[in-house]
Design a protein around this ligand. Structure first.
Ligand code: AMP
Length: 214
């Protein structure tokens, strides 16, 4: 099963993606994570995208499509993928359709996490993570494992968050309409506890034929 996870920055896509991939045995493909890894490794791709990512704008469609297509050819992508942060423009929807069709696959369902914008700004501007141990518990300023102070993503500063939300409204919201028009969109209320939202997402995927691994 191939699943697209949609929703504004800060809707909890990353967290919900991690839970869903464990339950359904999918590969978590986050274009944001891939681009950040490229940036911290200083690779050619990383250098190419750094300024755009740090300003909260979108990397060119062809660049992201190339990265996704290459990742799909690795063995662990064969059983199904959960796309997190991709597609983000109508052109990327077309690119993903082509990339999957070439491999005899298609988007089975697009899950849209719906949250309030002010809640998003609040969540993202307080988000911190540990370089070694990943995201901190919301509200903590040090890592519970090693005690190191949490770090803020360059694009989680309030003015950049507002820019990311503007980009989302203008360029990414139309993506949902495209999936809705083909009957593949499932809107999910993204408010409430992490477990509440995870249960709604899991229920939606099962209803569309996803098989739990546990
Ligand atoms: P994310 O972690 O998904 O919020 O992505 C962080 C940043 O990476 C975005 O603000 C963009 O600059 C870039 N990015 C991630 N995915 C895409 C995409 N599908 N298309 C264009 N830019 C992307």
């Amino acid at each position: 099963m191939d699943v697209v996870l949609l929703g504004p920055p800060g809707a909890g896509k990353g967290t919900q993606a991690k839970l869903a991939v464990e339950r359904f045995g999918l590969l978590h493909l986050s274009t944001g994570d891939m681009l950040r890894r490229a940036m911290s490794s200083g690779s050619e791709l990383g250098q190419e995208v750094k300024d755009v990512v740090e300003a909260g704008r979108l990397v060119p469609d062809e660049t992201v499509a190339r990265v996704v297509a290459a990742r799909l050819d690795e063995d662990d992508a064969a059983a199904g993928v959960l796309f997190d942060g991709f597609p983000r423009t109508p052109a990327q929807v077309g690119a993903l359709d082509r990339i999957l069709a070439e491999r005899g696959r298609r988007v089975d369902i697009a899950v849209q996490l719906e949250v309030d914008e002010e809640e998003v700004v609040q969540r993202l501007s307080s988000r911190r993570s540990c370089r070694e141990h990943g995201p901190l518990t919301p509200g903590d300023d040090r890592c519970a494992t090693c005690g190191q102070p949490g770090e803020q993503r360059a694009d989680d500063r309030e003015e950049v968050i507002r820019e990311r939300l503007r980009v989302y409204r203008e360029q990414t919201a139309p993506v949902s309409s495209l999936y809705r028009d083909r009957g593949a969109l499932l809107a999910i209320d993204g408010s409430g506890t992490l477990d509440d939202v995870a249960a709604r997402v899991a229920g939606g995927l099962e209803a569309r034929g996803g098989e739990k691994t546990d």
